[in-house]
Design a protein around this ligand. Structure first.
Ligand SMILES: *Cc1c(COP(=O)(O)O)cnc(C)c1O
Length: 473
């Protein structure tokens, strides 16, 4: 395969992509394959001789596609969305064609300068004040790791990278019980250790961190000889959308001089709508904020927007400059590889540029407002059914519910229901636990979803539940 054949295959792939999207509603959302089936269909050893593209493409359709869970299916209501709007797909196509390595300004000035401007567009779009600088990280997990490393270095007087953690006063980091597992992993990888991550109880309907308990925990740790290093706040927890009250958390952080990182990976996209910004009131005071345009907004994976108040602290934590990476003769430039853990970087800003221009902020706001309204209507419909209960109220477009049946163990019944729904294939839902109980989550967020898709989700939930046999408890 050479570039002279590319146009023909490029056209075939484009036609295939359009047909794929048009036909998605006829496919089961979640892959219906058994474990091992796809691996068994692949040759165990690589070919020695070149194969024709025709054959490779045919195998892609027959072997790979049955094993795909369709995240771009308009009736994908599981986890959180991972949208890939067509305009952003085009940008990625261009990027994979040019394939620049954007680790330094001089290794593609357009990528660096586009990133600076696009992150400022995003900052304005979600209503963060001036004074936050932005960088694109490959994932929210990486942004959180970068923030935790910064907390560590600041707390250790910039000595952690040099001396390691052995012999240092043990650090402490604080978060609620509702945070994502990427927080645990950042704590492990940074060497701080899970035992030094204090999980503060949550209070109220929003399941936010109890600020008084946070303050008490910090005081207790200081008295016991630990060194508090930072707080990780959660805006839109992954389970049921927990929201810390930043107006209560920030004063505690200020009083103890602690660095605050806000994880708004999913919910941050909704902040392009001013009416939802009450959820993260107080965020202006944070040191670091991450949200994922690669979830709800429509820039496909990977694209995490990481805003920091003091890039100097981040760069002091992560920058390393051997001679071969130095840029001579250009003052005032940014080398974004000094702002993140990996050195190599893709040109990710282009898809933000295409996305925002192709749909406009108004178009993206309309999408998010629709998802929120449709999801809330579905919650009301389920609430009105005598054998369903809403367990956690809608937070933006996310709520959780439970099905009840006399004589059935509730956890087994709801696990059987979510399994039966996903085997049916018309919609896709996932489960979580709330205070120990198994519940079913619903979130609307797919780029092409319509009101009818969400209504059909309600039909499927009720129909499958009532057709289901009672599982053995
Ligand atoms: C999805 C999610 C993450 C992880 O995001 P990645 O970009 O996949 O690392 C972290 N926190 C929250 C709240 C999330 O919803």
């Amino acid at each position: 395969m050479r570039w002279n054949e590319f146009a023909e295959w490029g056209r075939k792939v484009s036609d295939w992509a359009v047909k794929y999207h048009e036909g998605l509603r006829d496919r089961p959302v979640r892959a219906q394959t058994a474990p091992g089936a796809i691996a068994d269909a692949l040759p165990a050893a690589p070919p020695d001789t070149a194969e024709p593209m025709q054959q490779i493409f045919a195998d892609f359709e027959s072997i790979v596609m049955p094993g795909i869970t369709h995240w771009q299916h308009p009736r994908f209501f599981a986890y959180f969305p991972a949208n890939a709007a067509p305009a952003s797909v085009l940008a990625e196509y261009l990027v994979s064609t040019i394939a620049p390595q954007c680790m330094l300004w001089q290794t593609s000035p357009a990528a660096t300068e586009m990133e600076t401007v696009m992150l400022d567009w995003l900052r304005q779009s979600v209503g963060l004040p001036e004074g936050f600088a932005g960088v694109i990280q490959d994932s929210a997990s990486s942004a959180t790791l970068a923030a935790v490393l910064t907390m560590r270095e600041k707390a250790l007087g910039w000595d952690g990278n040099t001396s390691g953690l052995a012999g240092q006063t043990p650090l402490r980091i604080y978060c609620s019980r509702e945070v994502h597992t990427s927080i645990d992993r950042a704590i492990w990888v940074s060497g701080i250790g899970e035992a030094n991550l204090r999980r503060i109880p949550v209070t109220g309907e929003n399941r936010g961190m109890d600020a008084a308990a946070l303050d008490a925990a910090i005081r207790e740790d200081v008295a016991a000889g630990f060194r508090p290093a930072g707080i990780i706040a959660c805006i839109g927890g992954t389970g049921v959308g927990a929201m810390d009250d930043l107006t209560a958390v920030m004063p505690v952080a200020k009083a103890h001089g602690l660095y605050v990182h806000v994880d708004a990976a999913w919910a941050g996209a909704a902040m392009i709508c001013p009416e939802f910004r009450h959820y993260w009131a107080g965020v202006e005071e944070a040191d670091s904020v991450v949200f994922n345009p690669h979830k709800w907004l429509g820039a496909q994976f990977d694209c995490s927007a990481h805003f920091i108040r003091s890039p100097d602290d981040l760069v002091r934590t992560l920058a390393i400059q051997p001679e071969y990476l130095k840029t001579h003769g250009a003052e005032g430039i940014i080398n974004y590889s000094e702002w993140s853990v990996p050195l190599g970087r893709r040109f990710r800003a282009l898809k933000i540029w295409f996305l925002i221009r192709a749909y406009g902020l108004d178009g993206l706001r309309r999408m998010i407002r629709n998802h929120v309204a449709w999801s809330q209507a579905l919650a009301e419909r389920l609430r009105a059914e005598p054998d369903f209960e809403i367990v956690t109220e809608p937070v933006l477009s996310l709520f959780s519910f439970r099905y009840r049946r006399d004589g059935a163990d509730p956890d087994a019944l709801n696990l059987a229901l979510v399994t039966a729904i996903n085997n049916d294939g018309r919609i896709y839902l996932t489960q979580t636990r709330v205070d120990g109980d198994l519940v079913i989550r619903f979130q609307a967020g797919q780029f092409d979803a319509t009101e009818d898709d969400v209504k059909l989700a309600g039909d499927v939930i009720l129909e499958v539940a009532r057709a289901m046999e009672t599982p053995n408890a």
